[in-house]
Write a protein that binds this ligand. Structure first.
Ligand SMILES: C[S@@+](CC[C@H](N)C(=O)[O-])C[C@H]1O[C@@H](n2cnc3c(N)ncnc32)[C@H](O)[C@@H]1O
Length: 256
């Protein structure tokens, strides 16, 4: 199965799963009911992203690897900026488009199915690009180049992402995003490990286990994939064998 098919089949399963929704809610994220991420975003991080991007009407923000679109819609609603969400999983884009129709009437938000490293959006079309918990699945140099192309000079990129602490779990996982983005013309503004991430992640894994029977009944194979990730993550926490850290990375595209 390709990575794209893996994400797509997961979204087809979880988009309507009440048990998945209950597990997300149990990890105390403070998110509104309509926002059900496939990530470890939370209300405090979304407030930080919104404040950092300093967007207004007339600006465009791209939510790259947007999943079902909630994080970008949150930012668009609060700032008045136009939103373009991009993800390669068609099931995610279908759900995001439905969300935008409900919450952003009038065409403020649109969602496209595309590869994050080759969006085919116009150059310098965005004041900001956000990317929640997805960089680690994408070739870092290629996506950094595409984000540099999409941003206006002085535009801001903000990401939450996993970094490898040793041997990379995925071929696309890197140890430090900063040099890769600096190589294509970004200036790092802020870079730090995300305090509280492990707590939210482990609470989510415990909630998945608590809802295991309901998940299996609702979504079958996809439940087994989620439960395997939860078991693995909880096991690693017990043995204190972390292989990744979660970071917040904010960078500015230098003037041309
Ligand atoms: C962990 S999910 C995060 C989704 C969303 N940002 C959120 O907060 O709910 C990672 C997302 O990255 C997307 N993705 C992974 N690789 C991609 C690629 N090469 N191009 C576009 N999207 C990609 C997946 O389809 C998935 O929606």
């Amino acid at each position: 199965m390709t990575a794209r098919d893996g994400f797509d089949s997961m979204y087809r399963a979880i988009n309507t799963s009440l048990a998945y929704r209950a597990a997300v809610r149990a990890s105390e994220t403070g998110l509104p009911d309509w926002l059900v991420p496939f990530s470890f975003i939370n209300a405090a991080l979304l407030e930080l992203i919104t404040a950092t991007l300093r967007l207004g009407t007339g600006d465009t923000v791209i939510d790259l690897a947007c999943g079902t679109g909630g994080a970008g819609v949150w930012v668009a609603e609060r700032t008045g900026a136009a939103l373009i969400g991009v993800d390669f999983a068609p099931a995610a884009i279908e759900a995001a488009t439905l969300l935008a129709e409900r919450r952003c009437p009038g065409g403020q938000a649109r969602f496209i199915t595309a590869e994050a490293t080759a969006t085919e959006l116009p150059a310098a079309c965005a004041s900001a690009v956000m990317c929640i918990d997805a960089l680690m699945f994408i070739d870092a140099a290629a996506v950094a180049t595409e984000i540099a192309r999409l941003l206006k000079p002085g535009g801001i990129f903000i990401a939450t992402a996993a970094e490898s602490l040793g041997e990379a779990l995925l071929p696309t996982l890197v140890a430090d995003y900063r040099p890769i983005f600096e190589e294509v013309g970004f200036r790092t503004l802020r870079y730090e490990e995300l305090a509280g991430h492990d707590t939210q992640r482990l609470a989510f894994y415990h909630a998945l286990e608590k809802h295991a029977d309901a998940l299996r009944a609702e979504i079958g194979d996809a439940a087994e994939r989620l439960l395997a990730e939860a078991r693995n993550g909880l096991e690693r926490a017990v043995h204190n064998t972390r292989r990744v850290r979660q970071v917040l990375f904010i960078a500015e595209r230098a003037d041309a």
